[in-house]
Design a protein around this ligand. Structure first.
Ligand SMILES: Nc1nc2c(ncn2[C@@H]2O[C@H](COP(=O)(O)OP(=O)(O)OP(=O)(O)O)[C@@H](O)[C@H]2O)c(=O)[nH]1
Length: 212
């Protein structure tokens, strides 16, 4: 889990955007950071963006990794290292591409496998809902899948606006924060237990010494 600073607040988080090629990952990142939609991007390249955002009135420094599609083949190990690196995940598909929808479960399983725990902050985003004529994945299918995978779900069009994109990213940041606080609580509990064990051990040693 990333940095907390001294205030025990999460000040930085690393987010990873995953999904099949051409589903709109770069468009989504650029939209979130610049509020603009730029038609064409350099494919294949993996890019990390840095920005500061205010989510629920608290500032947070974000690093957002826009992955290149590499679910199969030798590059898959590099996908695993991207997953190890991340605190939160946005899995994207396009409603116009069924194979991108089908890759969502695979990616979620990979995240769970690499992180070796369930409940990793993850949201699912269905993109290109402006292309109603080319739609091959129904909204209800996306909702059902997200509910099976216990993830929040957003259907949107990166081309059409910024608000929905911000909503999805903000929810992911919220989930990363919640996970961070859960982690802090667990650490506190563990350290209290260790202190109690230590105190008890000292007490036992003292009473044994007195018996002698
Ligand atoms: N109509 C429509 N087109 C979109 C939308 N989002 C992205 N696109 C287009 O979809 C194409 C792919 O977008 P990218 O952002 O490059 O997709 P990507 O997932 O980063 O692709 P790779 O780099 O190949 O992994 C581009 O031509 C975008 O302009 C959308 O919401 N609606």
């Amino acid at each position: 889990m990333t940095d907390c600073g001294q205030s025990r607040k999460l000040t930085r988080a690393k987010l990873v955007v995953l999904g099949r090629d051409n589903c709109g990952k770069t468009a989504l990142c650029v939209r979130f950071i610049t509020k603009r939609f730029i038609g064409e991007y350099d494919h294949k390249k993996e890019v990390t963006y840095r920005c500061q955002k205010i989510v629920d009135k608290e500032a947070i420094d974000l690093e957002i990794l826009d992955t290149a599609n590499k679910c199969v083949g030798p590059a898959a190990s590099s996908l695993e290292s991207s997953i190890k690196w991340g605190d939160g995940f946005l899995i994207m598909y396009s409603v116009t591409d069924r194979s991108s929808f089908e890759s969502v479960s695979r990616l979620k399983r990979l995240i769970d496998h690499v992180k070796q725990t369930l409940g990793i902050p993850t949201v699912i985003v269905a993109n290109k809902c402006d292309m109603e004529n080319g739609r091959v994945v129904r909204t209800e299918e996306g909702q059902a899948l997200a509910s099976d995978l216990r993830c929040n779900f957003y259907e949107l069009s990166v081309a059409e606006g910024t608000a929905a994109v911000e909503t999805a990213f903000n929810q992911l940041v919220r989930e990363v924060r919640m996970e961070f606080y859960r982690h802090l609580l667990a650490m506190d509990k563990r350290s209290r237990m260790l202190q109690m064990r230590h105190a008890l051990k000292n007490k036992l040693t003292r009473s044994k010494t007195m018996q002698w």
